[in-house]
Write a protein that binds this ligand. Structure first.
Ligand SMILES: [Ca+2]
Ligand SMILES: [Ca+2]
Length: 269
């Protein structure tokens, strides 16, 4: 009996669902006046707006020094861009907007997987760090209590954006401790504060990976070659009980009477 009842309920549900689908199909075929058309238009407009305002993940903000450790703060502010793709990106005519302004010159390329820094004073930052992939100068300042930076392409399309701060989930150490605001992983998005942390060292890593994997170099240096010639004593003297026999351990000990030959260091028992 229970099975029959359940089957009947399922059939009623199926029937109701089919009727609902049929009504939706009919509404799509014959929209009821301007109402549905209006909704459709609104939907497409919303979708279009979403697409045009969405930040693309190609070249993105990767590190920001808004409060540098140097006393002449205005000369050492910078932002680092990262190309998340494997192929080079030509960003000719792109520009930074909002807190700072800078237009990228013709022929500006961010190498695949590479970095490019835009600094308030590229000359000073190059001299301080030795990095060469530093351009600028940008105009404007990066506020220490939060600011917004946009990266737009040559068609004014928003490519990336960040509104950093010092409250909530934003790390506060970049505001005064000399470290930079640093993306945890170069593939993360820029808007979420949880994508960001602080640099491992004061001054950050302008122009290079934020957290480079250390390259461990191993080398082997033999202390004693295996073919080393030794002098040895096999007279049977017990050096542990004969005090005078400790003389052999002194640098001036004459061991010329001892036999010699190559051999491994070992304790014979
Ligand atoms: Ca600042
Ligand atoms: Ca970096």
């Amino acid at each position: 009996m229970n099975i029959l009842i359940e089957t009947a309920v399922q059939e009623r549900r199926s029937s109701a669902a089919l009727e609902k689908l049929a009504r939706i199909a009919e509404m799509i075929r014959n929209p009821p006046g301007f109402g549905l058309r209006h909704y459709c238009a609104a939907f497409f407009l919303f979708f279009f707006a979403l697409q045009t305002s969405r930040a693309d993940s190609t070249v993105v903000f990767n590190e920001i020094m808004y409060h540098p450790p140097q006393t002449n703060e205005a000369q050492f502010e910078w932002v680092e861009l990262h190309n998340q793709m494997a192929v080079d990106m030509d960003i000719s005519g792109w520009y930074l907007a909002n807190a700072i302004s800078y237009k990228f010159a013709e022929g500006t390329v961010v190498p695949g997987g590479g970095f490019l820094v835009v600094a308030s004073s590229p000359t000073d930052l190059r001299a301080a760090t030795g990095a060469t992939n530093i351009i600028g100068p940008f105009t404007g300042r990066l506020a220490n209590n939060g600011d917004k930076i946009e990266l737009r392409n040559n068609n004014n399309r928003l490519m990336d954006s960040i509104s950093y701060g010092v409250e909530g989930d934003w790390p506060i150490a970049p505001d005064g401790a000399g470290v930079s605001l640093t993306k945890r992983n170069p593939d993360l998005g820029s808007a979420d504060p949880r994508s960001w942390t602080v640099s491992a060292r004061v001054g950050g890593t302008p122009g290079s990976e934020n957290f480079p994997v250390p390259h461990i170099v191993t080398s082997t240096k033999p202390l004693v070659p295996i073919e080393q010639v030794w002098r040895y004593d096999q007279s049977g003297t017990d050096f542990s009980t004969n005090a005078t026999s400790y003389d052999w351990a002194q640098p001036a000990f004459n061991d010329s009477a001892w036999p010699s030959g190559p051999g491994l260091l070992a304790l014979e028992s």
